[in-house]
Design a protein around this ligand. Structure first.
Ligand SMILES: NC(=O)c1ccc[n+]([C@@H]2O[C@H](COP(=O)([O-])OP(=O)(O)OC[C@H]3O[C@@H](n4cnc5c(N)ncnc54)[C@H](O)[C@@H]3O)[C@@H](O)[C@H]2O)c1
Length: 260
């Protein structure tokens, strides 16, 4: 986890009203970061903002904006206003996401399931990355939500496709952004207990957990944040390599850089 001593970092977070995004917001705020929260769920977003810890430097300064991440104009406005209001943007966490799966298999996936999932999870991350890269410079860090489903063929078809897209966009953007000292990463969590997974069927949970090293759901307040703290090795915003340990090693594909 970053050390924020001596300066207030301005960090933009999508999906900040719930689950992993909210937990990240809380820990970053507790470490003195100044946050621009975004989510589609206005009521939950305002509750999230009110729940944030603050320091004398950040008291009453966290911001909350209702944004649909698939709306590129709304995402651009939010990031541009955040940069212009605070004069800086040091980090971004792109966690907004949806999971649509009725558990009835590939042949029953609807066009709407596909459109919604790709729009929010893939287009949403693209919209965020594009404008964040424009407004962040050396020392900045962007972390987006992929999933174990972005590394192996698991979960629903649209979700899996959307998360492979996040991994690909992250690798592509990281190469370009690295030239100006800006880091772009994504995380690939396994099963984490959040409102997204609360609604999974018993069968889906059993299938997912059978593949997970822990054989239980990871907890945002414990495993995720503790591992993120433990695994931080550099002056990073938040870097979650330890989450990959939740995947089964044998299911991890070969290093893409060596693939034919
Ligand atoms: N929970 C898991 O097991 C798990 C595993 C791997 C990856 N992920 C990914 O992590 C991210 C966070 O998941 P979570 O479990 O915290 O889910 P969650 O449902 O608790 O939180 C997702 C948040 O995204 C917001 N959101 C949804 N659609 C949006 C939109 N169009 N625009 C803006 N905000 C929108 C929701 O309102 C919600 O606050 C997601 O991208 C998810 O795919 C989750």
């Amino acid at each position: 986890m970053a050390s924020f001593e001596g300066k207030v970092n301005e960090i933009a977070i999508t999906g900040a009203a719930s689950g992993i995004g909210l937990a990240i917001a809380q820990i970053l705020a507790s470490r003195g970061a100044l946050l621009a929260l975004a989510d589609i769920n206005e009521a939950a977003l305002n509750t999230a903002k009110d729940s944030l810890p603050s320091t004398p430097d950040t008291a009453n300064k966290h911001a909350a904006t209702t944004v649909r991440v698939e709306d590129s104009a709304a995402v651009s406005n939010w990031i541009e206003q955040t940069k212009s209001h605070y004069g800086r943007l040091d980090g971004a966490v792109n966690m907004a996401g949806v999971y649509r799966d009725k558990g009835t298999g590939w042949t029953n996936v609807t066009d709407d399931d596909w459109e919604t999932t790709i729009s929010v999870n893939a287009r949403g991350v693209f919209n965020c990355l594009r404008v964040q890269l424009k407004h962040m410079g050396e020392g900045g860090s962007i972390v987006s939500a992929a999933s174990v489903a972005g590394r192996i063929g698991t979960g629903s078809g649209p979700y899996c496709a959307s998360k492979w897209a996040v991994v690909g966009m992250t690798q592509s953007a990281a190469r370009e952004a690295g030239e100006k000292g800006l880091r772009v990463n994504c995380v690939a969590p396994g099963f984490i207990e959040t409102p997204m997974t609360d609604v999974f069927s018993v069968k889906a949970k059993e299938t997912g957990l059978a593949k997970q090293c822990l054989h239980r759901m990871a907890q945002v307040s414990g495993d995720v944040l503790e591992d993120s703290l433990r695994s931080a090795r550099r002056q990073a915003l938040c870097d979650f390599p330890a989450l990959l340990a939740y995947e089964r090693e044998k299911e991890t594909p070969a290093d893409p850089s060596t693939a034919g």
